[in-house]
Design a protein around this ligand. Structure first.
Ligand code: LER
Ligand code: MN
Length: 270
């Protein structure tokens, strides 16, 4: 596969402060994505009921578009589930939620993302938190492997998690025994806050990167912030990156214009 763009569709009620380009009407959003020329979409459902596999299958076939990814953050937003909650029953529910997203995404040809569902360690013992995280991610990577899919784990900026904030720290953790189908999701907004140099971080993480959130420094679509995309695009080419660049950005000035601008930026750089 070549590097391809993907557009985010949220099924949560419209919120201009959430970083998703299209939605919440699924049929309209998929039609718009296809009409604008996006080859793929990334879905953000509030819960499992919102991932209706037959309906989605029909829509993506009708519009000849791929499902790249499904986000699991709805489990956190609507049910406060995280993989490292101090309560083992919540941790189990979080894992089951993500496992089901992995299976439904796989039925649609896509992969699941773990972002805010990773949680925060807070004042607890860091080593214990990481032991729990390692076990949980290991089990979920196995579920994904059983479906023939990768699973994407996303380092977030310091205001959203205290687990891993940089690609380098994440890669080191994953390389400590977690399987190769557990890949890093490189979000260029979080990286702008945390990395010394985004391009260098991409080169060093190399083949552990499996998915990208393509977005500018201010969470606007690429081209509406101050990121210099030239060295970043060169870094992705140099590692032979072959995945998606999903635009996870504010729908400003409106959904359609944001989606158009993002696609034009993608074509400028890739
Ligand atoms: C999830 O992809 C992410 O980047 C988080 O910052 C969403 O709030
Ligand atoms: Mn992201």
């Amino acid at each position: 596969m070549m590097i391809q763009p993907s557009v985010t569709i949220s099924l949560l009620p419209n919120n201009p402060r959430a970083p998703f380009l299209l939605g919440p009407n699924l049929a309209e959003a998929v039609a718009t994505a296809a009409e604008l020329g996006y080859p793929a979409l990334e879905l953000f459902p509030p819960n499992l009921d919102a991932i209706d596999v037959p309906v989605l299958k029909e829509l993506i076939q009708t519009h000849r578009i791929q499902l790249s990814t499904i986000g699991t953050g709805g489990g956190w937003v609507t049910q406060q589930l995280t993989l490292i909650d101090s309560d083992p029953t919540i941790r189990e529910r979080a894992k089951n939620y993500i496992a089901e997203v992995i299976r439904r995404a796989a039925e649609l040809g896509g992969s699941a993302i773990i972002g805010s569902m990773q949680g925060r360690c807070g004042t607890r013992d860091r080593r214990e938190c990481l032991d729990v995280l390692r076990d949980q991610l290991g089990d979920l990577a196995e579920v994904a492997a059983g479906c023939g899919r990768s699973l994407f784990y996303e380092p977030l900026n310091r205001y959203e998690t205290d687990l891993f904030n940089t690609l380098g720290d994440t890669a080191e953790f994953l390389n400590g025994g977690l399987p190769q189908n557990l890949k890093i999701l490189a979000d260029l907004f979080h990286m702008n806050i945390e990395e010394t140099c985004t391009a260098t971080a991409v080169r060093l993480a190399g083949s552990r990167i499996g998915h990208v959130h393509f977005v500018d420094s201010n969470r606007q679509v690429p081209g509406r912030g101050q990121t210099d995309f030239a060295p970043i695009a060169e870094a992705f080419r140099s590692i032979g990156y072959q995945g998606y660049m999903a635009v996870e950005a504010f729908p400003q000035p409106n959904q359609r214009e944001a989606a158009e601008t993002a696609l034009a930026s993608f074509r400028q750089w890739f």
